[in-house]
Ligand binder design. Structure first.
Ligand SMILES: Cc1cc2nc3c(=O)[nH]c(=O)nc-3n(C[C@H](O)[C@H](O)[C@H](O)COP(=O)(O)OP(=O)(O)OC[C@H]3O[C@@H](n4cnc5c(N)ncnc54)[C@H](O)[C@@H]3O)c2cc1C
Length: 234
C-alpha cells in the first residue's frame, strides 16, 4: 500500500539503519538488511503490526493498525486500552510482517518462508497535543486507506479525547528479508528427485462492498476505494 502522508517523502541524510545490541542480526544474518529504504518499504506496504508490550508484568503481543510518516510509527486505540496506556514509559517491540511465499524444500528441516519483516524498539510517547494527535490520526488513516482522511468526517474534540495515540521513533529498527528458492538444491537431498520450490502467496484487495444501510441503490464507492480492487495488498 502506498502511503500518502506529507512527511513520508522528506529525504533523510542517513539511509543506513544503526545497529544496536538488540537489532544486530545473529542468526540467518544473510537475510538481515541495514538499508533504511527496505524498512520504509516494509512499513509502507502494510498497516497492521504486532505491538509487544508488558502489562502488569505479563507480556502481550497485540495486533493493531499503525501509520508511519517515515520517522515515527503511530498507534491508536481507546484511552481505556491497557496495552496502549498502562505502561507509558515502558519499552515496546513492534513487528510488521509480510509473507511472500512458502519455501518447500527437499527436507523438512530446510523448509522456510519468503518474507519481509521489520522490528522496531523503543519507548513510545503519548501524544496529547490536539494538533499533533490529529496529524498522527491522519497518518494512520491514510496508511490504511489513502484518500480516506479527506473523505470521512474528521474526529471532533470529544472523539480526540477518547482516543489514545502513541508515537514510536523509528530510530532503532531491524529488517530481515528472505527471497528465493530452498537452500538444499545443491545438497545430498537433491538426488532424491522430489519437487522443491516456492509457493508464492499474493494478497489482493477485493471489490468494495457497500454498507447495507446505504439501501438498495447505494452511491458509487469513491475512486480512492474502488481503484484498489484487484491491486496487491502488501
Ligand atoms: C513469517 C516468518 C516466519 C518465520 N518462521 C521461522 C521459524 O519457523 N523458525 C525460525 O527459526 N525462524 C523463523 N523466522 C525467522 C525469525 O523471525 C528470526 O529471524 C530467526 O528465528 C532468528 O531469530 P533469533 O532470535 O535467533 O535472531 P537473532 O539473529 O538473534 O536476532 C537478533 C536481532 O535481529 C533482528 N531480527 C531477528 N529476526 C528478525 C526478523 N524476522 N525481522 C526483523 N528483524 C529481525 C531483531 O532485532 C533481533 O533482536 C520467521 C520469520 C518470518 C517473518
Amino acid at each position: 500500500m502506498t502511503q500518502t502522508t506529507t512527511t513520508a517523502s522528506i529525504p533523510r541524510p542517513d539511509r543506513t539503519l544503526a545497529e544496536t545490541d538488540r537489532t544486530r542480526h545473529r542468526r540467518l544474518r544473510e537475510q538481515g538488511s541495514l538499508d533504511r529504504a527496505a524498512l520504509d518499504a516494509i512499513l509502507a506496504a502494510g498497516f497492521v503490526c504486532h505491538l509487544g508490550v508488558i502489562v502488569d508484568g505479563s507480556v502481550r503481543v497485540m495486533p493493531t493498525v499503525y501509520g508511519s510518516d517515515g520517522t515515527t510509527l503511530y498507534f491508536h486505540g481507546s484511552v481505556a486500552s491497557r496495552s496502549l496506556v498502562s505502561s507509558p514509559d515502558a519499552e515496546v517491540c513492534v513487528t510488521v510482517t509480510h509473507v511472500d511465499g512458502l519455501v518447500l524444500a527437499r527436507s523438512a528441516f530446510e523448509h522456510g518462508v519468503n518474507y519481509r519483516s521489520a522490528m522496531i524498539y523503543g519507548v513510545p510517547r503519548p501524544v496529547t497535543d490536539d494538533q499533533e494527535k490529529t496529524a498522527g490520526l491522519r497518518c494512520l488513516t491514510e496508511q490504511c486507506a489513502p484518500g480516506q482522511w479527506d473523505y470521512a468526517r474528521r474526529p471532533d474534540r470529544k472523539e480526540l479525547a477518547a482516543t489514545a495515540l502513541l508515537a514510536l521513533s523509528l530510530d532503532e529498527a531491524s529488517v530481515k528479508i528472505r527471497t528465493g528458492a530452498p537452500d538444499d538444491g545443491d545438497g545430498p537431498d537433491a538426488a532424491r528427485g522430489r519437487w522443491a520450490g516456492v509457493l508464492p502467496l499474493h494478497t489482493t484487495w477485493g471489490a468494495p462492498q457497500p454498507d447495507p444501510a446505504l439501501g438498495t441503490e447505494p452511491p458509487a464507492a469513491p475512486h480512492h476505494i474502488a481503484a484498489r480492487a484487484d491491486t496487491p495488498a502488501s
